[in-house]
Structures are given as C-alpha cells and as structure tokens.
Design a protein around this ligand. Structure first.
Ligand SMILES: [Zn+2]
Ligand SMILES: [Zn+2]
Length: 366
C-alpha cells in the first residue's frame, strides 16, 4: 500500500493524502521563521504561589530567578551580564553573549503581592544561608524550571511549520521527534509538579518542609557567575550512574541549585533536594562536594554550564578569558544538546581561578 493510503502519522484519523500531504507542496520555513518560536509559545502569565495562598494582587510581574539587586548587579557591567543566547546571529549555535540585566533570568511567574510576600526572607534581609532562606532559593529555582518546561512543549502549529516543504519520510521523522521530545518534557513537568506540591504545602505556614535537605558551599571570594536551575542527578562526578531516566512514567529525583552573594565579598551555592526520594540527589551532592574539594571553583562553574542554561557571567571577567571562551562555549553547546550525557567526570582544572577557601554546611538528609 502506498503511504498516501496509510493513516496519517499525526493521529487525526484521516489518511495521509487527505491530511499532512498538503505540507509537501508548501514553501520550506526560513531559519527566521523557525527561530521565531515565541509566537507559537505564548508566555504563560500566572502566579506560582500555592493554591491556598491565591489572593493575588497586582499584575503578574517579571520576577528575577536570580536576584537582581544582590546577585546580578554584582556581576553586571554597565547594566549588562553575559547569558546564554541562540539564533541566526550565532549561526544557530548556542553561545554566551551580552544581555541586559533587566531581561536576564526573568519569568512571569508571580503577582506583585506574592513575589514580595513569599520571598521577603531573601529579598529584605542579608543572606546568611538559614534553612528558610535556602528553601526559598530552591522554591524559586523550581518555579522557574516548571514555567520554562511548560513553555517548552512543542505545539502542533510549530510542528506543522517544520513539516512545510517536506516529503512523507521527513515529515514522519519530524512527528516522531516532536512526540518523543514532548513526552520527555511532559515527564519532566510531572516531576517538577510533584516537587512543587511538596514545597507549596510549607510556603504558607512559613516552615521548612519535612525531608528538605540542603548543602551550602561557601567560598571566600565574589563569584564571576550566578546560576539558578533544577537539575537531574543522572550521573555523579566519577561517572557513576545514579538514575535511570529511560522510564518516563516514573518520578525521577531533582536537585535545585542557586548561587547568591554573602556579606563581605563572599558567596555561596545552595544545593537543595527532597531526602525522602531515591537517594540519587544526596549521592550527587556528596560527589559535588568531594569534587569541589579537589578542583575548587572549576567544579562550580563547569558543572553549572553543563547542567543549567540559566547561568550569567560577569562581562569583564568573560572578556579576560581570551581563547578560553571557546572552551566554555563548546561546553555549553555540547552539553545542552546532549543533555544527560555523562560529562561531569570530564571536568578539569582550567587555571582560571586562584585557590579559594571553601566551607561546607549541610542540613537534613540521610
Ligand atoms: Zn495529519
Ligand atoms: Zn499571586
């Protein structure tokens, strides 16, 4: 039977010749069309405050996932930081480049009222890495990751845009790829929603949830970068596999990571997780700490580049790196595209950092 007579791969129930065959004759989309993703993914504007707090007030504002006042402004030069960019200008590579501080690391995730009320303990007072402060840093990282993942599901309009001008075979491949990608993204959203419900229940009471564990890595200098992300602890720094991600139906563990300055030119990275799950997060964080003791700041920077897209660097520091910028750009591109690859074990000393004193502090956990 010719493929025209087969049921269309899109699941419409029609035969191919009555359905997606029409895309064969259309003009292929330009690179510009393909990168203009925003019009296909309307930016969601809802308040991520827990349901039982829902007395929203004021409009949904652009909140910073990485504090603007404390963190981003410390690494900004003339109102700019270096962030992750993609598109025509970079020949479709993923690259570090300048971005305005007001646009950096923001999302429409809280109403004016809740943005202020929930994050008061980290916005209005100095950060001393108290359990509540660390918990709120993690909560904000989680809300952003959830927001971003919901916006990353590919809708049918965008899929069909990619199908234009393609023959049956190519269209079939596009549909299969989109289906697999969406299944992975939805599984991630499901996991993040489970974590959010667990954290939500403590937000209104102003307490730390049961089973919240965290480790703070404190350093004696100002960091040239800041990061906020939720990562999947698939492999540790010695290449040991901690999680099996192929089963999309089962929950998989996550670690929430953020950096923030501390008083007197010091800073810290907070790694938080739920200690009642499978233990992968705790093993991952222990491995993170061990490797930091060995290689210092390189571990913090390189693992953030490998695992997180929501990372911002100081522009003059970035300029000072010279040819080492290529190494970091490659690391960024390679690892975002091959997400989940076991590359943490390849982290090496770069010579970019002087030796720094670290202090480690843990709370909760096994
Ligand atoms: Zn179809
Ligand atoms: Zn609200």
């Amino acid at each position: 039977m010719s493929h025209s007579e087969l049921l269309c791969f899109c699941g419409s129930g029609k035969k191919y010749f009555q359905c997606h065959t029409k895309f064969e004759g259309m003009q292929e989309p330009s690179d510009r069309d393909l990168h203009n993703v925003d019009q296909y993914v309307p930016q969601e504007r809802v308040c991520y405050a827990p349901d039982f707090l829902r007395k929203c007030n004021g409009k949904i504002i652009r909140s910073h996932t990485i504090q603007k006042k404390g963190s981003l402004s410390f690494i900004a030069d003339n109102g700019h930081v270096i962030g992750v960019k993609f598109g025509d200008k970079y020949n479709n590579h993923i690259r570090f480049d300048k971005i305005g501080i007001n646009k950096a690391s923001t999302f429409y995730g809280f109403c004016q009222h809740h943005d202020k009320a929930i994050f008061k303990p980290i916005e209005d007072v100095d950060f001393i890495a108290s359990p509540m402060q660390c918990f709120l840093m993690c909560f904000r990282a989680l809300c952003f990751e959830l927001y971003k993942s919901r916006g990353a599901v590919i809708n049918n309009d965008y899929r069909d845009l990619c199908c234009r001008g393609q023959h049956y075979r190519e269209q079939l491949t596009i549909h299969e790829n989109v289906r697999r990608y969406n299944a992975e993204t939805k599984s991630k959203i499901h996991d993040l929603e489970i974590l959010k419900r667990w954290m939500d229940s403590s937000i209104s009471k102003g307490v730390i949830p049961k089973n919240f564990a965290f480790t703070v890595i404190e350093y004696n200098e100002q960091s040239p970068f800041h990061v906020s992300a939720v990562i999947s602890p698939e492999y540790d720094f010695e290449g040991r596999q901690l999680l099996e991600l192929s089963d999309l139906s089962s929950f998989s563990d996550r670690v929430m990571i953020s950096t923030i300055p501390l008083e007197r030119k010091k800073g810290c990275m907070v790694l938080g997780w739920n200690s009642s799950f499978c233990g992968a997060s705790e093993s991952f964080v222990n491995s993170f700490v061990d490797q930091t003791k060995l290689l210092g700041f390189d571990v913090l920077l390189q693992s953030s580049i490998i695992l997180a897209e929501n990372i911002y660097l100081n522009p003059s520091w970035w300029e000072s790196l010279g040819s080492h910028r290529d190494v970091l750009n490659d690391m960024l591109e390679h690892n975002i595209q091959d997400y989940g690859l076991n590359s943490l074990k390849d982290i090496q000393s770069s010579g970019l950092f002087d030796s720094t004193e670290f202090r480690f502090q843990s709370f909760g956990g096994g």
